[in-house]
Design a protein around this ligand. Structure first.
Ligand SMILES: [Zn+2]
Length: 337
C-alpha cells in the first residue's frame, strides 16, 4: 500500500509499505478520507509536540474513515464491507483509568500519528474492532472522518456541562471551535458567543449557529452584555485565555481545549472570587455514538467545514493548506484517489 510518511520537519514522501495485518480483535480498514488536524501540521512543521518527538519516520493523520476489508483472528461479527469511522486511540482497557471509564486518560494509550504509532495518511490502517464505529450511509466519508474532531467538541461540552439554556463563549473559530459551536447548540445552549480574528471563520460560525460573534481585533469579550457561564477555549492563545476567563460569570466553568502556551498566566483572584471551575480536556471517551447521532440527525454539519480535498501524494499541500488561506478551515486527504 501507499502511505505518506513524515521523515523529518517539512519532509513528507509517499512510500510503498506492507499493508498491515489485523491482529487479534482488529479489523483492516481501507481508508477513504482523513482529516488534517493542527497537530499533524505541528508535527510537520516542528517534528515534535511537547514530549512527543518524531524520531523515526511517522505516518500522520488520525481523523479517518473508510470501509472494513478484512478481519483479524477472533473477530467473528460479519463486518467486511461495513463503512466505519475510526476512533484513533486504543487504550489498554485494564488500567485504573480505563476501569473507571476514563479511557482517554489511559497511560498506555496507543494513539494514531503520535510517535511511535503510525497514523492514517495511508491506503489501509488496522484498528481494534470496538474502535471502528459503523456509520450510516447518510454520513459521507469526509463527515465520518470528522467525527473525530466532533468528538473533541462533544467531550468539551460534557466537561463544561453545557445544557438547555446555557450561555457559552467559544474562543477560537478554527475546526475545533466550529464543532464546539455546533455541539453547544445541539446540547441546548441558547447563547453561543464566538470570538476570533478571522472574519471568514466568524461568518461560518454564525452560519453554524453562533448567536453573537466578536472580531477580537476590534472588540473584546469583556464588553458582552451578559456574562457567559461556560467557556470552551479553543484558541490556545494565552492573552485570549486570560480575557475569556475574566469574562465568565460567577460560578462559571472554563474548559481549556486549545493547545498553545505550555504555561499561561491565570487571573487567580477572578477564579477565586467567582468560584470558577477550570478543567483541561484530553481527547475524549465514549463520544462516537453521540457524534454519529448528532450528524445523522442533522444537528451538526461537518461537511461545511471541509474546504479542500487532496490526494495522498498531495499530503504536504494538505498539511499546509490552512496556512495562507484565511477561508480554509479543514483539509481532507483521500488516499484511494
Ligand atoms: Zn488503560
Amino acid at each position: 500500500m501507499r502511505a505518506a510518511v513524515l521523515r523529518g520537519p517539512k519532509d513528507v514522501v509517499v512510500e510503498e509499505r506492507d499493508t498491515p495485518e489485523p491482529g487479534p480483535g482488529e479489523v483492516l480498514v481501507r481508508v477513504h478520507s482523513v482529516g488534517v488536524c493542527g497537530s499533524d501540521t505541528h508535527y510537520y512543521d516542528h517534528g515534535r509536540i511537547g514530549r512527543f518527538v518524531v524520531e523515526d519516520p511517522l505516518v500522520l493523520g488520525h481523523e479517518a474513515a473508510g470501509e472494513i476489508t478484512a478481519l483479524g483472528p477472533g473477530v467473528t461479527s460479519r463486518r467486511v464491507g461495513q463503512r466505519v469511522s475510526v476512533e484513533p486511540g486504543v487504550p489498554d482497557l485494564t488500567c485504573a483509568q480505563c476501569l473507571a471509564g476514563r479511557y482517554n486518560l489511559c497511560p498506555d494509550m496507543r494513539f494514531f500519528a503520535t510517535p511511535p504509532i503510525d497514523g492514517a495518511f495511508a491506503e489501509y490502517v488496522v484498528v481494534h474492532e470496538a474502535f471502528a464505529h459503523p456509520v450510516p450511509d447518510s454520513i459521507g466519508d469526509d463527515a465520518a472522518a470528522l467525527l473525530e474532531p466532533l468528538s473533541v467538541g462533544v467531550w468539551a461540552c460534557r466537561k463544561g456541562r453545557v445544557g438547555a439554556g446555557s450561555r457559552v463563549l467559544v474562543t477560537g473559530a478554527g475546526p475545533i471551535g466550529l464543532v464546539c459551536v455546533q455541539t453547544a447548540v445541539a446540547f441546548g445552549a441558547t447563547e453561543v458567543v464566538v470570538s476570533d480574528v478571522n472574519p471568514a471563520r466568524l461568518g461560518l460560525a454564525r452560519d453554524l449557529g453562533a448567536t453573537t460573534t466578536i472580531d477580537a481585533r476590534t472588540s473584546s469579550v469583556a464588553d458582552l452584555d451578559r456574562a457567559p457561564e461556560i467557556l470552551l477555549e479553543c484558541s490556545g492563545f494565552p492573552p485570549a485565555i486570560g480575557a475569556a476567563i475574566r469574562a465568565l460569570d460567577r460560578a462559571g466553568r472554563a474548559v481549556l481545549v486549545g493547545m498553545g502556551g505550555d504555561e499561561i498566566p491565570l487571573p487567580l483572584s477572578v477564579v477565586q472570587e467567582r468560584e470558577l471551575e477550570l478543567t483541561g480536556t484530553f481527547r475524549y471517551a465514549n463520544t462516537w455514538p453521540t457524534a454519529i447521532a448528532l450528524v445523522e440527525a442533522g444537528r451538526v454539519d461537518l461537511d461545511r467545514l471541509v474546504t479542500g480535498s487532496f490526494r495522498l501524494d498531495q499530503a504536504e499541500a494538505a498539511l499546509t493548506a490552512s496556512r495562507d488561506d484565511e477561508h480554509a478551515v479543514k483539509a481532507v486527504v483521500h488516499p484511494q484517489d
